[in-house]
Design a protein around this ligand. Structure first.
Ligand SMILES: [Zn+2]
Length: 366
């Protein structure tokens, strides 16, 4: 691992704007760098399906033993244009302007690219390596959703897309969102209010009964986007709201789904309203057992660097969930990025150097 080259690399990637949907230029840059390393590269057609001028990138490097996949995302959140990074005296890289830094997830990509280049220079024996760089992760994991999984041979993956160094996220939740529509009946509020069915009040009664926040040890819920267009001289005929459930246990999703359904039923019956629900499951449960080969190898690699790895569960989504749903054991490891999705985003270079060394160790054989 060449620390100066890693730093230059991260700066080069950050300088190439790639907000979600606009990853085209960054895709081209990475394609060129992967080709320079003489790796076969493929860009898929997911951009069309995701509304992006880029595509997911796949690359591979032959080796010996079980293949392993490294995954990171190319897109950033906004504001991510014209980023001006600044390095402080402690070698922490900050955004110096009014943008995010883009360490999420260019730090992950930089670590993987630097690991590949170091490996090729070293001539050391290593496992077969596959790389997947995705688009549109930040707006619903859409790149990974439309990735071509038939191109991937690996049954183990390391996603580099979280913050805390030496933390391995091996559990992420089921994430489901609901759109609720409550229908009542319109009537003139001043002339014949008794002829109306107040959809907004029914919706409000239902929302009041739906708990939000950390509703049990494994589950978070939230309600948002409450809308009931109209004017005060009309009894509202319709109200809508959205909610989400994130849980580490399928049984808890079922329990809370039943609770919400009952709350909706009670509120609607009391007002004479009706309701419809549209559900979407964004991600299923991800759980890689603590004693899996992937985790044992990772823990050993951290230990060789003098670090004790910590296993953790996350509540946020990442491409790891989609890899997992396609039969690939995937964990998400920290690169050191902090305060992501904010103007205060930063990353200590020492953390990024360490994670680069870690994945370099992880792929070595013998
Ligand atoms: Zn990310």
């Amino acid at each position: 691992m060449n620390a100066a080259r890693l730093f230059e690399r991260l700066l080069r990637y950050i300088a190439c704007d790639s907000e979600s949907g606009d990853e085209g230029a960054f895709c081209t840059l990475l394609e060129a760098e992967l080709r320079c390393l003489k790796l076969p590269v493929f860009r898929d057609g997911a951009g069309v399906l995701c509304g992006s001028n880029g595509g997911n990138l796949y690359a591979s490097l032959p080796g010996v033993g079980e293949p392993i996949l490294f995954c990171a995302h190319m897109d950033t959140v906004s504001p991510g244009k014209g980023i001006y990074p600044v390095l402080d005296e402690d070698r922490v890289l900050y955004s110096g302007g009014d943008t995010i830094l883009g360490a999420d997830d260019k730090s992950g990509i930089a670590a993987v690219m630097e690991m590949l280049e170091t490996l090729l220079e070293s001539g050391l024996c290593h496992r077969p390596i596959e790389v997947l760089f995705t688009i549109c992760e930040e707006n619903g994991l859409r790149g990974a959703r439309h990735a071509d999984y038939s191109r991937l041979r690996s049954r183990q993956a390391v996603v580099l897309d979280s913050g805390r160094p030496h933390v391995i996220i091996n559990r992420t939740p089921i994430h489901e969102s609901w759109h609720v529509r409550i229908s009542g009946k319109s009537a003139h509020a001043g002339v014949a209010p008794e002829k109306g069915i107040h959809a907004l009040k029914a919706a409000a009664a239902a929302v009041a009964e739906i708990p939000c926040g950390r509703v049990d040890e494994a589950t978070m819920m939230n309600v948002g986007s409450f809308l009931s267009p109209g004017s005060t001289n009309l009894v509202p005929a319709e109200a809508n709201f959205d909610l989400e459930i994130r849980s580490h246990e399928e049984a808890r999703v079922q329990y809370w789904s039943n609770e919400i359904a009952s709350a909706l039923e009670r509120a609607c019956v009391s007002m004479g309203a009706h309701h419809t629900v549209t559900k979407e499951r964004h991600t299923g449960l991800l759980y890689v057992p603590e004693d899996s080969k992937l985790i044992r190898d990772l823990v050993d690699a951290y230990r060789e660097l003098g670090l004790e790895a910590v296993l953790a569960r996350g509540f946020g989504g990442s491409d790891a969930s989609l890899l997992f749903s396609h039969g690939i054991e995937a964990v998400n490891i920290g690169t050191g990025m902090r305060n992501i999705h904010s103007l205060e985003e930063s990353i200590p270079m020492s953390d990024l150097e360490r994670v680069t060394k870690l994945i370099f160790k992880l792929v070595q054989t013998g």
